[in-house]
Design a protein around this ligand. Structure first.
Ligand SMILES: Nc1ccn([C@H]2C[C@H](O)[C@@H](COP(=O)(O)OP(=O)(O)OP(=O)(O)O)O2)c(=O)n1
Length: 131
């Protein structure tokens, strides 16, 4: 058995992740390294590692049906690194990420009403149809 704990999926929240990252940094005396700029750069680095998983593969089907289990585990790790640094960056900047994200979802719904029809232009950007 590995030493890595299985997550209780019911209890994972942004608040829990924020607390775990704060504890992780404190226990190692790494608070001094977790400045906004350092965390942003660390997160961008992890986005790069995440991108490497997909690079040169061409488009892949949703659900990644042809991927090996170990490739999916690796993907989960890189996605998590991005999330964890984002959660930590938000915390250190004094932003309530859950509240900000919910507000943004509402703003998105106002900007892109469900009652309208949409299309994409040749660049793939979303456009609202006139009618
Ligand atoms: N100063 C640090 C260093 C690491 N971490 C945490 C957050 C990330 O979830 C993970 C990143 O660890 P690594 O820098 O070792 O990156 P990887 O796990 O991606 O390893 P590698 O780059 O060797 O693939 O550890 C952190 O909070 N603060």
């Amino acid at each position: 058995m590995s030493g890595v704990q299985q997550a209780d999926h019911q209890t994972v929240s942004l608040h829990l992740l924020k607390q775990k990252m704060a504890d992780f940094a404190k226990e190692r005396d790494w608070d001094r390294f977790h400045s906004p700029r350092n965390l942003l750069l660390a997160m961008v680095g992890e986005v790069g590692e995440l991108s490497e998983i997909f690079q040169w593969k061409g488009e892949v089907p949703r659900g990644l049906p042809d991927w090996k289990e170990e490739e999916k585990v690796h993907l989960g790790e890189e996605l998590s690194d991005v999330l964890l640094y984002l959660v930590r960056l938000s915390d250190i900047c004094g932003i309530d990420l859950g509240e900000a994200a919910l507000r943004k979802v509402e703003l998105n719904a106002i900007k892109y009403p469900a009652s309208k029809k949409y299309t994409t232009n040749t660049d793939g950007a979303v456009q609202m149809c006139d009618s």
